[in-house]
Design a protein around this ligand. Structure first.
Ligand code: CMX
Ligand code: CO
Length: 140
């Protein structure tokens, strides 16, 4: 079902500061910057590698407001790893397959993710405490 790790999402108080940190430490390049109102984030994707059906990235996330998922996470736990995203060939199919196993889907339908992808989230409490994102990358 999973083809690769698409990205690790990191919650940040200050996006520009963390872009400078990660790109400096690991020699990574920012390949996309977006505001995703629906997800309540301002974000940057730092490219690691290309792979089957899409690439691998670090996703840096600054909340647009305190009430958003990342805003609440920062208030409760502080900066750090917020979620892990896995590449799938068909996000709607993966949602159906995983939902049938009793995992709570946080999205009824796939939503818009970074760089034209389609995404959906699984409840962390049903995945060993890991907030999990499914990603179907945009067609090249
Ligand atoms: N990782 C692991 N556990 C988490 C978590 C996270 N990121 N966020 C919350 N939790 C835990 C809480 O600690 C809480 O556990 P306890 O009951 O043991 O304290 C439990 O989940 C439920 O918490 P809650 O108070 O209901 O939490 P929220 O209202 O903040 O909702 C969640 C949590 C996961 C349902 C919500 O953040 C969500 O729907 N996330 C999906 C969307 C998202 O995260 N978008 C931003 C990223 C966008 C992108 O990647 O493009
Ligand atoms: Co993500």
């Amino acid at each position: 079902m999973f083809m690769r790790i698409d990205h690790i999402g990191i919650a940040c108080n200050d996006l520009e500061e963390k872009i400078a940190l990660f790109s400096g430490l690991f020699e990574l390049t920012v390949v996309a910057r977006e505001v995703n109102e629906e997800q309540g984030v301002k974000e940057a994707m730092l490219h690691i590698a290309d792979g089957e059906g899409g690439g691998s990235y670090i996703q840096l996330l600054e909340p647009l407001d305190a009430d958003s998922p990342v805003g609440k996470f920062l208030a409760r736990r502080g900066e750090g790893v917020h979620h892990v995203a896995f590449g799938v060939p068909d996000v709607a199919g993966a949602m159906e397959q995983i939902g049938a196993k009793g995992v709570r889907l946080l999205d009824k339908h796939p939503r818009h993710g970074s760089m034209g992808s389609s995404i959906a989230f699984l409840h962390p409490k049903d995945v060993g405490g890991m907030l999990t994102e499914l990603v179907q990358a945009a067609r090249p």
